[in-house]
Every structure is written in C-alpha cells, then in structure tokens.
Design a protein around this ligand. Structure first.
Ligand code: PA5
Length: 424
C-alpha cells in the first residue's frame, strides 16, 4: 500500500465512537460487494479485473501500440464520460511517460472545437481510437462520423483500416455493427464493468498503451491494491476509512465534498473522480455532491467560500510526496519581494506549506478535511489510486443504500434531445 490516508482534521467533527457505530454497516457492505449480494452486483466485474487481466492480453495491446506509433504522429481518442475522463486523467498524471500526443474528440458537441482540431491535425499522420461502451452515444457517434470523413480525404480505404480502432460492446450497439461492416481492428469492453469503472479495461488500456504508457505497471498497481483494499477490518483499510468518514459527514449535513489538489497532474484525476462519485451516489434523492478545486489557483477564487461560506462541506486533499521535478527558487540580491526566505528551496516546498496552511485554516474555519497522499507520479501508483477510489465509492454507495453501479438518470435528457432532433 503506497497511498497514505490522514484523517486527523476530522477531530471534533467525527469521533472514534462514530466510526465504531458504522463498522457493522461497513462489514455488511464489504460482504455484499464480495459475495455479490448487494445492489447492482452484475456490474462489480471491476473488483477482480486487475487480477483477471492477463499478461498475454497486455502484450497483445502493447504489440499493437508499437505498430501504431511507427505509422502515426498522434492519436485522437473519441469518447465521453467513462470512455474519456479516465484516459485523459491517466495521461495528465503520467505526462512524463507519454510517447505520442493524444487529442480528444466526442466529449462535447462544440463545432469550433472540432473544426480547430481538424485544422491542427490536417498534415499529421493520425490514428483514431473510437470508444463507446454502449456504441450508441450521440457525441462520439457524431464526432466519429465527422473525423472519419476527414480521414477519408487523407487515406485510402485500406490505410483507413489500419488507422481506426474501435472499443465497444462485444455484440451490441451501432459501433459494433460499423466495426463488423468495415472490418476495423477492435477490442471488447467487459459487460460486467460500468463506464465510470472502465479505466482498467481496454477502454483505458488501449489508448494509454498507444500513447506509450506502461500498462503492465498500471495493472500491477491495481492488482496489489485489490489485495490491500480487500481487507474487511476498517482499521487496516484506508479505502473503508475514507468511505465511512464520507458517509458519517454526509449524515451530519456535510453534503458537498470538495476534492482539492495542489498538483496540476492530479486535476484531471479530479474530473474522473467526480464522474465516479457523482454517478455512483447521486440517486434516490441522495448523494454527496462531488466537486473539485485546483490549488493554489482556486484559493484565489474559491478560498473565501471554503473559509467562510455555508458550513455544508468537507474537503479531501489529494497530495503527492514527490512532485517529480525539482525547480529551485533563485536568490535575489535586492530581495524587493522579500522572498529570499525560500531562496534555494524547491518550489514544491512552498506548495506543501500552502497545503498545510490551507488544511489548517479550513479545519479551523469549520471544514473537516482528510488527505490522500500518493508517493509519486508513476503508473503503479495511479493503478492503486483508481482502485482505492472505486472501492471507496462502492462502500459509501452501499452505506447510503443506493445502487452504486447504475446511472438511470443520465437517460432523461437524451430522450428529450432525440425528440428535438427527430431521431428514432
Ligand atoms: O458511466 C457511464 O455509463 C456514462 O457516463 C458513460 O461513460 C458515458 O455516457 C459514455 O457512454 P458510452 O461509453 O456508452 O458511449
């Protein structure tokens, strides 16, 4: 277990007795999850996914990745929600390991965005990975139509087949039908894993491998996490401590969770976390509202609200022990800004003092907070972090007595939009 979990800034808000009181419910949630007796158990395939992902599957993906990088300058990942955020979160986290640029499409309906993307890439050698679990989602379907058309102007039909890879359901959906008809290279998505839990399936693994990421280490980190965070005893399982604390705080009127990081490379992990937690818990009139901030930037815009606004929130800091790069602050003879006190220090030293000061100030201002600290920015750590959050949200979902694995609410707007578009 490489992640550290600190909850000392819950003191005064939650007591040991509170945690003892919730332990039986956590035990039940643990059993329901493992024995598949809880709500939505058909979609708990993510639990043993790292263990079930074989090295030969990973080797097959890595082989394709080497070929693609030989004939491509860049990749376009087409997808939205669970078929987009995990990929982007991983690549921003692992930016130093990336070997090929990745652009995104199909995560919005913005004409200007797609126009500029095609303008920017018109002279590049492109490979496209189209990802849609259902194979029927509007945004990626339309983006694929447009980008395929753009690619057809650049490449022969035979060349196009080399440059389009699809990831979708093994049998169902329009994207599978298109794949069969055109003979595209394709991977299937496990049907017992929901979109927001799919980052460690081919949904994440294929584009990440193509971009040059060490997917074996990513899976290895998650495999170890499945062991470490599989322990029932809450005292030994930080994912369960985090889950229980969130539930208890919610019971006490803390209905908003702010995930705050001081590291740019974690900003998109926050986006992934928002989808995972928002879609898993927000139903049946219940759910903690997950939001995120990027510090210190947002301390200059949202700091006031956190410090003195309505006391209906708690905060989880996402920190890193090693920032990955040293940037030394120079000394200045004139010292007009009076910052020679930190001359010779790494900028990350100042960042960490900003975190300590913020956690203390928010705690004293009535915002209970916890801190999750990762050791560094490597693929194994990211695999562990993903599994930590997946396990935690499943437990909080069961404590809230909702089905953490469905998302019936996302269909409502789609029905209305299809009616407006005249789509059958
Ligand atoms: O969690 C979910 O299921 C959704 O948010 C999906 O990830 C999102 O709608 C994209 O769906 P699909 O991969 O089917 O295109």
């Amino acid at each position: 277990m490489k992640i550290k979990f600190d909850q000392k800034n819950l003191e005064g808000f939650l007591s040991i007795k509170d945690f003892e009181g919730v332990q039986p419910a956590v035990d039940k949630a643990h059993h329901d999850l493992l024995k598949k007796t809880g709500k939505g158990s058909d979609y708990t395939g993510w639990l043993d996914l790292p263990e079930k992902t074989t090295d030969s599957t990973l080797d097959e993906i890595l082989g394709l990745a080497r070929t693609v990088r030989e004939h491509s300058d860049c990749l376009i990942g087409i997808g939205i929600g669970g078929s987009y955020v995990g990929i982007r979160a991983s690549l921003e986290f692992l930016i130093s390991d990336q070997k090929m640029p990745v652009y995104y499409a199909g995560h919005n309906l913005s004409a200007g965005y797609l126009y500029h993307l095609m303008e920017q890439l018109k002279d590049k050698r492109i490979t496209v990975v189209v990802i849609s679990k259902s194979g029927t989602t509007t945004e990626p379907a339309l983006a694929f139509r447009i980008i395929k058309n753009f690619m057809e102007e650049k490449y022969s039909p035979a060349e196009l087949k080399k440059r389009i890879i699809t990831i979708t359901d093994a049998e169902k959906g329009a994207l599978r039908s298109i794949t069969k008809k055109e003979g595209y290279q394709s991977f299937s998505i496990n049907n017992d894993v929901g979109g927001r839990f799919s980052v460690l399936t081919p949904v994440g693994l294929v584009p990440l491998a193509l971009a040059g990421i060490d997917i074996k280490s990513l899976i290895q980190g998650a495999r170890q996490a499945a062991v470490d965070y599989g322990v029932m005893d809450m005292g030994k399982n930080p994912a369960y401590q985090y889950a229980a604390a969130r539930y208890l705080l919610y019971q006490r009127g803390k209905v908003i969770e702010v995930l705050s990081t001081f590291y740019q490379r974690l900003s998109f992990v926050e986006e992934w976390w928002k989808q995972l937690f928002g879609e898993s818990e927000g139903k049946d009139g219940k759910g903690i509202f997950p939001t995120s901030l990027s510090f210190t930037t947002d301390l200059h815009s949202m700091g006031q609200l956190l410090q003195e606004g309505e006391r209906n929130m708690f905060e989880t800091f996402l920190m890193a022990e090693n920032s990955g790069h040293e940037v030394i602050i120079p000394s200045d003879d004139a010292n007009l800004d009076n910052f020679n006190c930190v001359a010779g220090k790494d900028l990350d030293f100042v960042n960490k003092q900003a975190y300590k000061a913020t956690a203390m100030a928010h705690y004293e201002g009535g915002v209970p907070n916890m801190t999750i600290t990762i050791p560094c920015f490597d693929a194994g750590t990211l695999g562990e972090l993903y599994y930590f959050f997946e396990k935690a949200v499943a437990i909080t979902g069961y404590l809230l007595e909702v089905n953490p694995f469905n998302q019936p609410g996302v269909e409502a707007y789609k029905k209305k939009m299809f009616a407006l578009l005249g789509r059958k």
